[in-house]
Each structure stands twice: as C-alpha cells, then as structure tokens.
Design a protein around this ligand. Structure first.
Ligand code: PLP
Length: 400
C-alpha cells in the first residue's frame, strides 16, 4: 500500500458528494430514491450559452488558454463586478479557474503556511475546512446557530481573531442554510476587520443571484472599500446560470494575490476549459432573464418545502433568504426510534435511516459543522419535492 501523505490524512472526502453517490448506488440497485443532496440547479443551461460553446468549438477555440483566463472573459467579469457589485477590477486583478471551488483552493494554497488560521463560521460549506487543512493550515470553526440566524456576529468574529489569523471566509447567501448577510450586518463585521489589518476576507458570493423576499445582496469589498485591498471576491457561473458541469469560477482581488493564484493553477490544471470560458462570456454578457426566472421557481419550491417541513412535529425549518437549501433542526426527534427499528441518536443516524427506510437522500448537519440539522437541496421539481416531503413526513410520523 502506498503511504498517504500526512496532509491528506487530515482531510475528509466531501460528504455531499458521498451522499449523492450513495443515492446513485441505491438507484442502480433498483431502489426508488429521491436525491435531495446535490447542490446544483436542475434546469438546463440556457440555449444561448450552449450555442456560444458550440460556436467556440466550431471556430477551433480548443487549445490551451492563458492560465488565468481569456482576455474576453476577464473583461466580461470586470463588467459584471462593476454592473452588479459596483466593484472596479482591472483584468490583472481577475482570475478564472475550473469552478469557484478551484478559485478558493488556489487562494488558500497560495497564501497559507503551517500554523496559520482561517476563520470558518459554522454551518459552513463542507469544503472550506478541508481545503484549509490541505493547504497545511488550521480552520478555526466558529459556531453560528439559529440564535444568530446562522450568521457570524461581530463579537464572535472579534473573539476568533488571533495573530495567526490569515483569512475569514464569508458565504452569503449560504450553503447550507440560505442565510444572507444584510448590509448593516456586513458593515458590523467590516468594522471589526478594519481593526485587524492582518486578516484577509474571502467572500464566497457564488449564490449572489439566488435571493428571495427582497433580500439585497452585498459583498464586503463594496460595503467597506477599506477592505478591498485585502478581499478576494469569489463568484462563478455554476449556480447563477445552471452551469455546474462547465466548471468556470472567477475572483477579483489584489494583483499580487491573483498572480500567486495563477502560479498554483499554472502548475496544476494549466487553464480552465477553453470552450467553457467562451460559454461563460455569453452567460455574463448575454440576456440575464434566466436569473429571474430560475429565482422565481426556487422561491416557489422554497415555500413548498418550508411549509411542508414545518408541518411535521419535531422539525423546525427556518425560512432562508437565498441559495436553494433549507437547513431544518431535528432537535425534537433525537432519541426516538424509526419504524424500521433504528434509533435516531443524531443527524447522521437520522439521514441514514431516512435514506434506508424511505429512500430520501439528504445531507446530515454534522457535515456542515452544526447538529442536529439536515440539509435539503430544493433544486429539483415541485413533484419530486412533494413526494420527498410526503416520505419525510411518513418517516417522522412513524418514529416511536
Ligand atoms: N461555494 C459554495 C458555497 C458552494 O456551494 C459551491 C458549490 O456547491 C461552490 C463554492 C463551488 O461551485 P463551483 O466550483 O461549481 O463554481
């Protein structure tokens, strides 16, 4: 057996990908399984974006590109940052990678040393802590429960900062809770950060466009221009334009950081897919109607799921402001026993029993650093969601 590196030994495989795979395996065995684990829109990529990719293919745009993206895409990204966020970035301050995930990874690899700390508010997107560990540093998890709306408070941020803190990672609207920071909340966090000039801000804005109930998205570099020179503003086309498989993410930030991230990329993936980059140009510069249409569908599904889950005794489902997830508490179900005889000790046993007995795949809260909760991705059709909620209600109703 080849020895695995000490760094990788500290890393867990992605639990969301594991749940999706388990659902796939059960389906392959012929089981009727509903997957509510995957974090991707069920809609198809809009036609004009696909057409741009086909045109790029036909035009022979099939070669390596500049490591951090074609100039046309960087220009489209600069225009997007200005249009949507009031942020001015030059092309040299913009980098493109194979998904927002690689942007975050490159940034952490480019900047962290052993002993460095990265503040990660929990619940967090599953990959943040493990990416920090892969870069040799230590995640500092700050629990943010229902009492603060799953959001980091200025007091908790202040308390978590040490001389070793390199980054704080913010994600709004959030995966897994859908919670979003209002302008005054970001302002309060910025006030703390302005007192600690050694702390950098990684703002993961990937769900920017999926916002509900008049929630107005804002991002730290815009709220506090004083933070701009130590903020990496991360975004991508995966969620906004139903382009998860195309693998294009991007960021704006100070040039020396973007240059260091380019170095990581040039020695790993060389460049993002050329055809996908042309598709992303069409996404960012073409008609934007898809965003409002998909948002309306997500809002309807959110209301359906929140209402149905809150009608189940023992489940408490807060109403999220964005993204396409809900993160209900199952505190009222702990200690009970399922109809199939499985004791619900925690959210992991809850999710396992729900999958085995009712064929509904959800991700347990511990995977996101907060229990006892589970995450439902409602980026699937209304019929499937109704069916899933029927099954969850039956499962919970059967608990003894
Ligand atoms: N950030 C968050 C919070 C996410 O949920 C995801 C995907 O699930 C990503 C980043 C990465 O998205 P992508 O790599 O597809 O751009």
């Amino acid at each position: 057996m080849i020895p695995i590196s000490a760094t990788l030994e500290r890393v867990q495989p992605s639990p969301t990908i594991a749940v999706t795979q388990r659902a796939r395996d059960l389906r392959a065995e012929g089981r009727d399984v509903i997957g509510l684990g995957a974090g991707e829109p069920d809609f198809d990529t809009p036609r004009h974006i696909k057409d741009a990719a086909i045109a790029a293919l036909e035009a022979g745009k099939t070669k390596y590109t500049a490591p951090d993206g074609i100039p046309e895409l960087k220009e489209a990204i600069a225009a997007k940052f200005l249009r949507d966020n009031g942020l001015r970035y030059t092309p040299a301050e913009i980098g493109v990678s194979s998904g927002g995930k690689q942007v975050l990874f490159n940034a952490l690899m480019a900047t962290l040393n052993p002993g460095d700390e990265v503040i990660v508010p929990a619940p967090y997107w599953v990959s943040y802590p493990d990416m920090v560990r892969m870069a040799g540093a230590d995640p500092v998890i700050v629990p943010c429960g229902l009492d603060t709306g799953f959001k980091l408070s200025p007091e908790a941020l202040e308390a978590a900062i040490t001389p070793r803190t390199r980054w704080v990672i913010l994600n709004s609207p959030s995966n897994p809770t859908g919670a979003g920071y209002a302008r005054d909340e970001l302002r309060a966090l910025s006030d703390v950060l302005m007192r600690h000039p050694h702390v950098w801000v990684m703002s993961d804005d990937i769900y920017e466009h999926i916002a509900h109930d008049g929630f107005t998205f804002c991002t730290p570099a815009e709220v506090e221009p004083g933070l701009r020179d130590r903020t990496l503003t991360v975004n991508g086309v995966s969620k906004a334009y139903a382009m998860t498989g195309w693998r294009i993410g991007y960021a704006g930030g100070p040039e020396p950081l973007i240059t260091a991230m380019r170095k990581v990329q040039s020695q790993s993936t060389s460049c993002p897919c050329s055809i996908s980059q042309w598709a992303a140009v069409a996404a960012l510069t073409g008609p934007q109607d898809y965003i409002a249409e998909s948002c309306a569908a997500f809002r309807r599904r959110r209301d359906l799921v929140v209402d149905r889950l809150n009608a189940i005794p023992g489940i408490d489902c807060p109403v999220p402001q964005g993204a396409f997830y809900v993160f209900p508490s199952i505190a009222g179900l702990i200690g009970r026993t399922s109809a199939g005889g499985q004791r619900i000790d925690d959210d992991e046993t809850f999710a396992a029993a729900l999958l085995e007995e009712e064929g509904v795949a959800v991700v347990f809260g511990a995977a996101f650093g907060l229990s006892p909760h589970f995450r439902v991705s409602y980026a699937t059709s209304d019929d499937v969601l109704e069916d899933a909620c029927d099954r969850i209600a039956r499962f919970c109703g059967g608990l003894g």
